[in-house]
Design a binder for this molecule. Structure first.
Ligand code: FES
Length: 442
């Protein structure tokens, strides 16, 4: 039987604090949520050529995303079929085969065991073709327009069904490329924080916090002159931080929030400042826009650039945004420690300064030197500390509850951008997966 009463822990308008603090519940999350649904692992462009690989994790499982010699993308458990050592230690690279450091078993890039030294010492029926001796593949791999997900379970919905309507946020990102494709470019910006993994997703669609959490950077940006611009991108930093300080009425009246089945959500764009995005009239973006006109024509370009979404969360481990081509992967380490990997995407066919814009934005918002990110990390840490107090056991998720409306695309539109709809939606999926994946296993 389930040792937790999930109906009790997750209620309509509140959740029990143990879902952020209980180490055993965290272990169950890794089995039933990260091990029980589709999890983002990487992008096609990270494994462009045969032999390319990228090491990541699905919950607690180290895995390797590889492109085999035949062009197939594989996701392998990073574990040797002999005595279980992790095989690939380098994070990314290109290899003809993988070698275990312990007794030198050698594996093909699709995980098949190729050779073992002193083979006759093993049992007489030892067979190199035995999949249990190789690096095993995860149960399922799926890709949506180059964004690769893996699922440790063989049953359940396929990837497109799982993504549902939020796959249009990937379309939004890809459609902004004049050549209709994007690629990961540059390195990985990492940070970790002392707090639970769910806080990160919750915060990325939280329209109530910027005005208070980011006040110091808002005030610093307000003190800058408009002439801070260097080649245009510096100005964007200042304007971004200023816009975090938009009055509450703006977040309530002009910013939307949408949520979808399986825990996904996105926040509407919160910039009325046309310089922040690829504004149609801004000279900084004119050559990009001209390129888009050549690729798609004026009407379609305007349609593409008019999509106004900020962060899209794909439950449980990735969030991305098209306006500045950022993607963040959440890797839970323990109940109170989380690692985040940040990636930048290049729009294929776009002028080079569009990518510089992407890098500038990453530095301003997603790097450890960011004046914005550090505010958020401090907040996660304070939540962790606050939850250690005894007495009150419940956390409210009730903001704007009961005011959501069907959005016509299978999801719900919140009353406004300060709602906690996305948090309630995430926990509704959390509860379902924690129960359902127990039932399946049982
Ligand atoms: Fe890998 Fe022995 S543990 S070869």
């Amino acid at each position: 039987m389930n040792e937790y009463d999930f109906e009790y822990l997750i209620q309509e308008d509140r959740v029990h604090k143990s879902v952020y603090t209980d180490a055993h519940l965290f272990d169950l999350e890794m089995e039933r949520i990260f091990g029980g649904t589709w999890v983002y692992v990487g992008h096609d462009s990270q494994v462009k050529n045969p032999g390319d690989f990228f090491c990541t994790r699905i919950g607690k499982n180290p895995v390797v995303l590889t492109r085999h010699i035949d062009g197939r993308v594989k996701v392998l458990y990073n574990r040797c079929g002999h005595r279980g050592a992790m095989v690939v230690r380098q994070e990314t690279g290109n290899a003809k085969s993988f070698h275990c450091c312990y007794h030198d078993w050698q594996f093909a890039t699709d995980g098949e065991l190729l050779s073992v030294p002193l083979k006759t010492g093993y049992l007489p029926d030892f067979d190199l073709k035995d999949p249990n001796k190789g690096m095993k593949s995860v149960a399922r791999v799926g890709s949506y327009r180059g964004f690769i997900f893996a699922n440790l379970r063989a049953d359940g919905p396929d990837l497109e069904e799982y993504l549902g309507y939020v796959k249009t946020s990937f379309d939004d990102l890809i459609d902004r490329a004049p050549e209709g494709d994007v690629e990961v470019s540059g390195g990985i910006a990492r940070h970790s924080y002392r707090g639970n993994w769910k806080l990160y997703l919750e915060n990325l669609c939280d329209g109530l916090h910027p005005n208070s959490v980011h006040r110091s950077s808002i005030e610093a940006a307000r003190g800058q002159s408009d002439a801070t611009a260097d080649d245009g991108a510096g100005e964007i930093a200042v304007r971004q931080m200023r816009q975090n300080g938009a009055p509450y009425a703006f977040w309530q009246n002009q910013v939307g929030l949408w949520a979808y089945p399986n825990g996904h959500a996105y926040l509407g764009d919160f910039h009325d400042d046309e310089k922040l995005v690829a504004a149609m009239e801004d000279p900084y973006f004119q050559d990009y826009i001209s390129q888009m006109y050549r690729s798609y024509g004026e009407n379609r370009t305007k349609e593409i650039l008019a999509v106004g979404r900020w962060n899209t969360n794909i439950y449980p481990n990735v969030s991305f945004m098209s306006q500045f081509r950022q993607l963040r992967v959440i890797q839970p380490i323990s109940v109170d420690r989380t690692l985040v990997l940040g990636f930048c995407f290049r729009l294929k066919g776009a002028p080079e300064h569009m990518f510089k814009d992407t890098i500038r934005f990453a530095n301003i918002t997603n790097s450890v030197g960011s004046p914005v990110l550090t505010d958020d990390l401090e907040t996660y840490s304070r939540i962790r500390l606050g939850l250690e107090t005894v007495g009150e056991e419940w956390i409210s998720t009730a903001r704007e509850i009961g005011r959501d409306k069907p959005d016509g695309n299978g999801g719900w539109q919140a009353a406004n951008g300060t709602s906690e709809l996305h948090i309630r939606n995430g926990f509704s999926t959390w509860k379902r997966l924690m129960k359902e994946n127990y039932d399946r296993a049982g």
